[in-house]
Write a protein that binds this ligand. Structure first.
Ligand code: SF4
Ligand code: SF4
Length: 71
């Protein structure tokens, strides 16, 4: 299965957790670290399980996620 990597721009995240709920591999999780705007930001619970599907980045309303995929 393809390996993926998701990069989180914590400055742009507002903690809506849409990405957490849509990730099929449970890579992302609700974090407890706040950014400069005071929003809690998403974190990676299982980074090695990312398959690079890109669904999280598509769903993020603030374009805070960038996905890279290795073939
Ligand atoms: S690219 Fe897919 S598997 Fe990886 S974190 Fe995003 S939704 Fe989850
Ligand atoms: S969908 Fe975007 S703004 Fe919402 S928690 Fe995920 S990274 Fe943050």
């Amino acid at each position: 299965m393809a390996k993926g990597y998701v990069e989180i721009n914590k400055k742009a995240c507002k903690g809506c957790w849409y990405c957490v709920s849509v990730c099929p591999k449970k890579v992302l999780a609700e974090g407890d670290e706040a950014n400069a705007k005071g929003f809690l930001t998403v974190t990676k619970a299982n980074p090695d399980d990312c398959i690079g599907c890109g669904i999280c980045a598509l769903m993020c309303p603030d374009s805070a996620l960038t996905v890279f995929k290795e073939d």
